[in-house]
Design a binder for this molecule. Structure first.
Ligand SMILES: [Zn+2]
Length: 594
């Protein structure tokens, strides 16, 4: 693939972009020595092992082995390819990229997302203006103000109105000479059955633009103002929008989530706006879909405690079961709480009647997923002997999904406390009834566990103390590396080093240069891991390591020689024997008698 982003532009972006700033957008980072630590956005963990080095402009997760530079991070986080990541950062840091020679196909693909975002933004403006236009927007505006939403909320969330009729938006875009096929791709209009022409997807609905975490308009939700169906209509899945990867209000909520360390997830747009209105701004909403793994991933970067808000036990139970499904592979049940509002209340009516303080108190008392299910079971079956047995029966399934020993023990303890049945009896009961499942190990991509520790030290030393490289070249130490991947990485480092022509300030940039040049992910992980490693290499440490490696090498050579001598003795080759013995003696002298 030949992408035509000039190398100097890439380098300009690399130097302009701050990895700490980019990663802080999605991960809460705390300073730890020279580096920063946070919970990895790429795997599930409770103790931070995701490390960012502002000095090296690199990140590395000691839990799952994901690592790289600012481009790698954006690619992985946004699910985009390298050229898109370059453009993404260029835009953010005001670097202008003018396309030169790229083929039309490549350019088209790279620009399409950009165009779709533009189309969505124009559509958002169209809907918003329509809402505020007294001739057309009045019914929608009075619906929204009737629900208690002040104009500040309408502006902050850019609410809009799609007027009744089949082709308002279609006309709007054809009037602007925008290719309607692209508007269709953005999910805003659909092709007519007859095949010719398009019609508007959203008609006579209040419109809620859905922003991604970078304040780009990813999609839209539309709600009817009467009882017609469907009540909610969202954008279809498009290159920009996926319902299981989107949370309504996340962009606006992010700073408040960080501040409070907590996030509320409501069910619908109106719930969310009402929470914001009452000052509970650390809230988001799922878009008419069950919690998905991607949602958790999106939120993990912004807060560590998640509270799901529901207006009925039934919805809460469904969510709890879904969470348990989701967390089969993770160990995070206790970070999630389920808050069910009193019967007959949704967040809006609850907040109006009882106020935000009482909402917060209720949230403070909300139970974890497992406790919630125990509560529901107790409510359902009562605490008669018969009821208790039913409760245990009902908890078997969720219990069996707890793969983490400690969580499981504390869950059993809780059932015991709540029902008054002996812990061991519960354990017994569960063991006899449930088919034993194997404990599931968390899948994680580790750094390829290649080579011995000296090999890895050698790579780390080259990256962290490049001044040593000339000595290393002289001693030809790379040749001693036995693992092919580490050896090839070592040679890459040497090549990049030679290209630098010894310009001192560039030498400090070596890790990042090598990382950019690396041609596969395993190498990138090795480079990031070795660059960010805790121990720092200085001249003395490097020399020590090098002589250790040399000594080891000599010892291995001697061992080999002795084997060959033995063979020569057995086969009686006198001349060879004499030669090998001499080599062996020389070697022992230079190996310092070891
Ligand atoms: Zn990780």
């Amino acid at each position: 693939m030949s992408y035509s982003i000039p190398a100097e532009k890439i380098s300009e972006i690399k130097h302009g972009a701050d990895i700490l700033e980019i990663i802080s957008d999605v991960v809460v980072l705390k300073k730890a020595g020279r580096n920063y630590l946070g919970l990895c956005p790429f795997h599930s963990e409770k103790t931070p092992s995701f490390t960012v080095s502002p000095d090296k402009q690199m990140f590395y997760c000691f839990g799952c082995g994901e690592g790289g530079n600012v481009f790698t991070f954006v690619m992985k986080q946004e699910g985009i390819a390298f050229p898109e990541a370059v453009r993404f950062l260029a835009k953010r840091y005001g670097v202008v990229i003018i396309d030169q020679t790229s083929g039309p196909g490549v350019k088209k693909q790279m620009d399409e997302r950009e165009l779709l975002f533009q189309i969505n933004r124009q559509a958002m403006e169209f809907f918003h203006h329509t809402l505020l236009n007294p001739q057309i927007g009045t019914p929608a505006l009075s619906y929204l103000t009737g629900r208690g939403l002040p104009s500040s909320i309408l502006t902050d969330f850019k609410l809009g109105y799609a007027p009744p009729g089949w082709n308002h938006l279609t006309h709007y875009f054809s009037g602007k000479d925008v290719a309607l096929a692209l508007v269709e791709k953005a999910g805003l209009i659909s092709r007519r059955q007859s095949g010719s022409g398009y019609y508007d997807r959203f008609r006579d609905r209040v419109i809620f633009p859905i922003f991604n975490t970078h304040h780009q308009v990813a999609g839209f939700g539309g709600r009817v103002m009467d009882d017609s169906l469907p009540k909610y209509l969202n954008s279809p899945e498009t290159p920009l929008y996926s319902k299981s990867r989107s949370l309504y209000g996340l962009f606006q909520a992010k700073p408040f989530c960080r501040q409070t360390g907590e996030v509320f997830i409501a069910e619908g747009y109106m719930d969310l706006l009402s929470l914001h209105l009452h000052g509970i701004q650390n809230s988001v909403a799922t878009l008419g879909t069950a919690m998905a793994e991607e949602h958790i991933r999106l939120l993990k970067g912004v807060s560590q405690k998640i509270t799901l808000v529901y207006d009925s036990d039934q919805a809460g139970i469904k969510a709890a079961q879904r969470c348990i499904e989701l967390f089969k592979a993770h160990h995070q049940l206790e970070d999630i709480r389920i808050l069910v509002l009193p019967e007959g209340h949704d967040p809006d009516s609850y907040l109006r009647q009882f106020g935000p303080e009482s909402f917060k108190n209720a949230a403070r008392d909300a139970s974890g997923v497992f406790s919630f299910l125990i509560n529901v079971a107790i409510k359902k079956h009562g605490l008669s002997l018969e009821g208790k047995l039913r409760i245990i029966q009902e908890m078997e399934e969720p219990l069996s999904t707890l793969t983490d020993g400690l969580t499981r023990i504390s869950a059993i303890k809780e059932i015991a406390e709540r029902t008054g049945i002996d812990e061991s009896a519960i354990q017994e009961k569960i063991r006899e009834n449930s088919p034993r499942r194997p404990f599931r190990a968390k899948p994680a991509e580790k750094v390829p566990d290649a080579g011995n520790k000296f090999d890895k030290h050698l790579i780390a030393m080259m990256l962290q103390f490049p001044e040593i490289i000339p000595e290393l070249i002289e001693k030809n130490l790379i040749e001693y590396i036995s693992d092919p991947l580490l050896k090839s990485t070592g040679n890459d480092i040497l090549n990049s080093y030679r290209d630098l022509d010894n310009i001192p300030e560039q030498v400090n940039d070596l890790p990042s240069i090598v990382l950019m040049a690396a041609d596969n992910d395993d190498k990138k992980r090795i480079i990031a891991a070795c660059s960010i490693q805790k121990e720092e290499w200085g001249l003395e440490g490097c020399r020590k390591l090098m002589s250790q490696i040399e000594r080891n090498q000599k010892r291995d050579n001697l061992r080999l020689l002795r084997q060959r001598i033995k063979v020569a003795e057995e086969s009686g080759e006198q001349e060879l024997l004499r030669q090998l013995t001499k080599e062996c003696l020389d070697g022992q002298v230079s190996a310092g008698g070891r």
